[in-house]
Design a binder for this molecule. Structure first.
Ligand SMILES: [Zn+2]
Length: 390
């Protein structure tokens, strides 16, 4: 079988499983689970792989809700990644119910087509993208060992081949004061909430001065226990993002200074805690071109990034720092719909979303086949990766 015939077969094998994939995507949509708690989603996807006679390693990389399966032999290894965690309050407002499902659809279709190809495909079920940097844990746990290229897609409202995904770091700030009766002995208290609000306002002033491609935002997670007690604890979770690592470091320093100043002013004690950094996505150009070509053959034209567009951040950025990878967006909506919204949650279970999931599974499998069967492509991808990360 030549590559064209194999690609045709990939399409047929995805179509043959379309109903089962739809059912999985809709069931996962109906039972949204937060980061590291995706037991139903990861279990359903792993069960389906096993029903297709695939050996699945559950709990991969030391994460209960991760899984790995591999097919093929020898040669290079291409990984197809799927996510399945949801957001608090709005469920699958990022469409991850469609991603793990597309990944296993792509994996199985390629497995059915690999006979005679030297190389392996590995599907990696990736928990905790919305928070927790699951892929970083998976990398540390060895799940990406030997991987030559990593492919995934993300549902969106525009077909975009090279989205700008920002580097990001979380800052948990905690202010500790001293409780006192708010009416009888306020003079004995140290108001942690006032400290937090002062720092928040300084941060808001800073936000007017930052570059338009960078972001600072957050929520207050603790504002005290009762209105008649001077709060002895207040806390917030902030996110700082930029496509520029040097500028991100500068923003980190300036955000922290807002709360240091507020702590000084109020006498509260500041306890800051930074998360690990979620890195910028480095879209690998040769792999992206191969994906775009396959998407085009399936009827979708991938568009370039618009200068004004920024997306969120993803732990896929850390993967693309290590290995050549892609993270294109495929639209599941008729027009612009913001991510992380109720409207996007609704979009993630429509016929259009499911059709796009089938297309994504095909394009991912076809691109993985390109990587395994075209040594020159993988060589170009590695050269582009080494050139960019050097
Ligand atoms: Zn997402």
């Amino acid at each position: 079988m030549d590559t064209a015939a194999r690609k045709k077969r990939i399409g047929e094998r995805v179509d043959a499983r379309a109903k089962a994939l739809d059912r999985l995507a809709l069931e996962i949509h109906a039972r949204p689970e937060l980061a590291f708690e995706e037991r139903f989603a990861s279990g359903s996807l792993a069960d389906y792989l096993e029903s297709e006679k695939v050996t699945v390693q559950r709990g991969a990389g030391g994460l209960e809700t991760a899984f790995i399966a591999e097919a093929g032999s020898g040669g290079p290894v291409v990984a197809i990644l799927g996510e399945y965690d949801a957001l608090p309050g709005i469920g699958h407002g990022c469409g991850h119910n469609l991603m793990g499902t597309a990944a296993i659809g792509a994996f199985l279709a390629l497995r059915d087509t690999l006979d005679g190809v030297r190389g392996r495909v590995r599907v990696i079920g990736c928990p905790a993208e919305e928070s927790g940097n699951g892929k970083v844990h998976l990398m540390n746990g060895g799940a990406f060992e030997g991987v030559d290229a990593a492919l995934m897609y993300h549902p969106g409202d525009r077909d975009e081949i090279d989205p700008l995904m920002l580097a990001m770091v979380n800052l948990d700030v905690e202010l500790l004061g001293k409780a006192a009766h708010a009416a009888a002995e306020p003079q004995d208290g140290v108001n942690a909430l006032d400290g937090l609000v002062l720092g928040w306002n300084a941060m808001s002033a800073l936000r007017l001065l930052v570059r338009s491609d960078s972001r600072i935002h957050g929520i207050i997670t603790d504002g005290g226990k009762a209105a008649n007690i001077i709060p002895d604890r207040a806390a917030a979770r902030l996110m700082v993002r930029s496509p520029d690592n040097t500028y991100l470091a500068d923003l980190r320093r300036r955000v922290l200074a807002c709360f240091e100043g507020a702590a000084l002013a109020t006498g509260a004690e500041l306890r800051p805690m930074w998360s690990e950094v979620c890195e910028v996505v480095n879209t690998n150009r040769p792999l992206a071109e191969a994906f775009a070509e396959n998407a085009r053959a399936l009827g979708r034209t991938m568009l370039a990034r618009r200068p004004s567009d920024t997306h969120g951040s993803t732990d896929m950025g850390n993967v693309t720092t290590k290995v050549p990878g892609i993270h294109p967006f495929l639209s599941i909506t008729e027009g612009p719909v913001p991510g992380h919204s109720i409207a996007f949650t609704e979009a993630a279970r429509t016929p259009r979303a499911l059709e796009t999931m089938h297309l994504a599974a095909k394009a991912l499998a076809m691109t993985a086949l390109d990587v395994l069967s075209d040594a020159a492509l993988l060589k170009r991808a590695k050269e582009a990766h080494d050139g960019r990360t050097a």
